[in-house]
Design a protein around this ligand. Structure first.
Ligand SMILES: O=P(O)(O)OC[C@H]1O[C@H](OP(=O)(O)OP(=O)(O)O)[C@H](O)[C@@H]1O
Ligand SMILES: Nc1ncnc2[nH]cnc12
Length: 170
């Protein structure tokens, strides 16, 4: 399946110069959404993960169905201020702004093998911060997987030497 046919590109959103990759057009198509998750699963099956972690919000719509397909758990990495229990937090910047991400202190136990899932890899700021939080909790990041990779932003080279899989590249 050519997943690019299902992704809508919106110029100048959320700010001038950004070409926003809109996945809502893929998500609303049942067979395309399912095919995308199953293709990510083919990669995910090779890394022997105990759990999937996905950053809010679009990481949830990729990571959670992937976790269910694999029969493993899902850990949400949330924007700061949303988690109710004791949490760790880290600031980061992304293609069009800055924010902070947080995880519960008991979300991952030391030695847990974690696969990260998100919709899109741009600068890598979001995922580098997610890796930092997981490693702070003693987790082992075994890979990162995305629907979309913006290759011209070189995010992959900011993630160390973990295996990275994306379905489509721009
Ligand atoms: O590689 P980066 O430069 O860090 O950019 C990629 C991140 O940006 C988007 O999330 P966003 O923070 O816009 O949040 P959302 O999922 O809540 O829309 C996207 O879903 C990725 O998580
Ligand atoms: N160009 C882009 N389109 C959609 N989401 C993004 N997150 C960071 N850059 C993005």
């Amino acid at each position: 399946m050519n997943f690019k046919d299902y992704i809508r590109v919106i110029p100048d959103f959320p700010q001038p110069g950004i070409r926003f990759k809109d996945i809502t057009t893929l998500l609303k198509d049942g067979p395309a959404y399912k095919a995308a998750i199953m293709e990510l699963k083919s990669f995910a099956d090779t890394v022997n993960a105990d759990v999937i972690a996905g950053p809010e919000a679009r990481g949830f719509v990729v990571g959670a169905p992937l976790a269910v397909e694999m029969g493993i758990g899902f850990v949400p990495v949330r924007k700061s201020g949303k988690l109710p229990f004791e949490s760790i937090k880290a600031d980061y910047s992304l293609e069009y702004g800055k924010d902070a991400l947080a995880m519960h202190v008991d979300a991952i136990t030391p030695g847990t093998r974690v696969l990260i899932a998100d919709d899109l890899l741009a600068t890598g700021g979001t995922i580098a911060t997610t890796i930092k939080l997981i490693e702070q909790l003693g987790g082992i990041v075994v890979g990162a997987t995305f629907l979309i990779e913006l290759s011209y932003l070189d995010g992959r080279n900011h993630l160390g030497d973990i295996p990275v899989k994306s379905l489509v590249q721009y």
